[in-house]
Design a protein around this ligand. Structure first.
Ligand code: NAD
Length: 483
């Protein structure tokens, strides 16, 4: 298969030719992708600008709702094709494609269409007489304009649709620049939009590219009104600085180093097993995964042993196998990065409860064994920096307040978890975590109507839910003089 760019309603080749997309479980070339260049991105931005400025798209809510439902239905119709691409290109365990890796984000388009349909676009503030002038005031919510969306490879459908859905529902036009590692997941959405929906030309543009600069172009172009970026905190800083030149609205979903807190009255074995599974999943390539396990100091050794037994039991395997939880990492570059952190863990005085390198007997695929690191404090770099691999660092705490202190002692603030028997203590801890989401005694925060995002260096703004929709709106006040 060879995929195309979607620009101004046409499926076209890339100016820079083509590039390969790779299966990370086998290292084989899956096929080709159109390689967008500077001119392609320029035309995509121009098309989005024209579709916003010169058509009724931004004012026609019924058309937008219709198109989003059509897209959802067409995606459902092609779900098995999309599933096979997602497993092959992302290395996503197939079991996860029935949830956050595919099905739930597709279903989320239905949620966002319903939300746009029922949304109160105007609010009557009533009469007032500022400076003695009788005035009727109305607040109007309007789309921002052209949205530049830049996304990573780890949960491509979740992140692409969490931007496309609300941005389009709100009446914006979009240029999507997906990650070079997972271009098919986005390009196939472009084909489906072109072939199976009534989205007007230029409303959605998708530019795959092997060159990160093509993403940067979106952040610099004055015709783009808002940049919605998900990726690493390092790139997020660059995006924010670039967007400042034209004072764009910037929405950032960045990295994390979230804590899983086990209080001293919790079921320790069950908590450690749950924490291990949460980090082994998709080889740890989740921004909100709880990669620091904070356990009572008196039970530290038992916790490391239990988490290690759970991690070893999970192992890693072929993502196409329905029993696999931990597949490969996305690329050799990412595996090198994770191996660098494993070397660093030992250099910092840590030790492996299990794992610590590549699995024996697998000479193809970018695999790393699920790994538990013990013997370190929260000052260690492997406890502070995002590894983005199946690596759990176990740390000791000295009670509830100390656990809160350690959890919050991080540059990040994306997510967290706390488990314990005494609900009052659990609630006390949860209320003090400086993170955008908290799993409280096993609750699940991921849903189409639930806002998701980070405090501190994990980001700015919220994705999903009503808050995620309103990120893509401007507020206008109409003040009508009354005689
Ligand atoms: P990355 O930051 O390297 O790349 C993300 C995207 O940005 C890619 O499409 C890339 O081409 C593009 N890009 C690179 N340089 C750019 C620039 N200067 N200007 C504009 N775009 C540029 O991230 P990654 O390695 O693809 O993804 C992993 C990271 O994403 C992790 O740090 C992870 O925590 C984060 N992430 C965050 C969330 C969240 O919601 N908070 C979700 C998933 C992933």
């Amino acid at each position: 298969m060879r995929t195309s760019l979607l620009i101004d309603g046409d499926l076209v080749d890339g100016g820079a030719g083509g590039f390969d997309t790779i299966n990370p479980a086998t290292e084989e070339v899956l096929g080709q992708v159109a390689d967008g260049d500077v001119d392609d991105m320029d035309r995509a931005i121009a098309a989005a600008r024209t579709a916003f400025d010169d058509t009724d798209w931004s004012r026609d809510t019924a058309l937008r709702v219709h198109c989003l439902r059509q897209l959802r239905d067409a995606l459902v119709d092609e779900i098995e094709h999309l599933r096979s691409i997602t497993v092959a290109e992302v290395g996503a365990p197939v079991a996860l494609t029935y949830g956050g890796q595919l099905q739930m984000p597709v279903d989320g388009l239905g949620y966002i269409a319903d939300l746009a349909e029922s949304y109160e676009w105007t609010t009557d503030l009533g009469m007032a007489a500022p400076f003695g002038k009788p005035t009727r005031r109305t607040v109007v919510r309007e789309p921002c304009g052209v949205v530049g969306a830049v996304t990573p490879w780890n949960f491509p459908h979740q992140i692409n649709f969490a931007k496309l859905g609300p941005a389009l529902a709100a009446g914006n036009t979009v240029v999507l620049k997906p990650a070079p590692d997972t271009p098919w997941c986005a390009a196939e959405i472009g084909r489906i939009i072109k072939d199976r929906t009534d989205f007007p030309a230029g409303v959605v543009n998708i530019v795959t590219s092997s060159d990160h600069r093509i993403g940067a172009q979106l952040t610099e172009d004055p015709r783009v009104d808002l940049v919605s970026f998900t990726g690493s905190t390092a790139t997020g800083r660059v995006v924010m600085a670039a967007a400042s030149q034209t004072v764009k609205k910037v929405f950032l979903e960045l990295g994390g180093k979230s804590a899983y807190i086990v209080l001293d009255d919790a079921d320790l074995p069950a908590a450690c097993a749950a924490a291990a599974a949460g980090v082994a999943m998709h080889a740890g390539q989740g921004c909100a995964f709880t990669t620091r396990l904070l356990v009572p100091r008196a039970h530290y050794d038992e916790a490391v042993a239990t988490a290690s037994a759970a991690m070893s039991g999970i192992g890693c395997g072929d993502p196409a196998d329905p029993g696999t939880l931990c597949g490969p990492l996305i690329s050799s570059r990412q595996r090198d990065r994770v191996e660098g952190y494993l070397t660093l863990a030992i250099a910092e005085g840590g030790w492996f409860g299990c794992g610590g390198g590549r699995p024996a007997g697998r000479d193809r695929g970018f695999y790393i064994e699920p790994t538990v690191i013990g013997g370190l404090t929260n000052e260690a770099r492997v406890a502070r920096e995002e590894i983005f691999g199946p690596v759990l660092v176990v740390l000791a705490h000295d009670g509830d307040a100390d656990a809160v202190r350690l959890a919050n002692d991080s540059p990040y603030g994306l997510s967290g978890a706390v488990v314990g028997a005494d609900q009052n203590r659990v609630d006390w801890v949860a209320a003090r975590l400086r993170t955008g989401t908290v799993n409280v005694n096993g609750g699940v925060w991921y849903a189409a109507d639930a806002p998701f995002g980070g405090y501190k260096q994990s980001g700015i703004g919220r994705e999903m839910g009503l808050a995620g929709f309103e990120e893509y709106l401007e507020t206008k006040l109409l003040a009508k003089g009354v005689q």
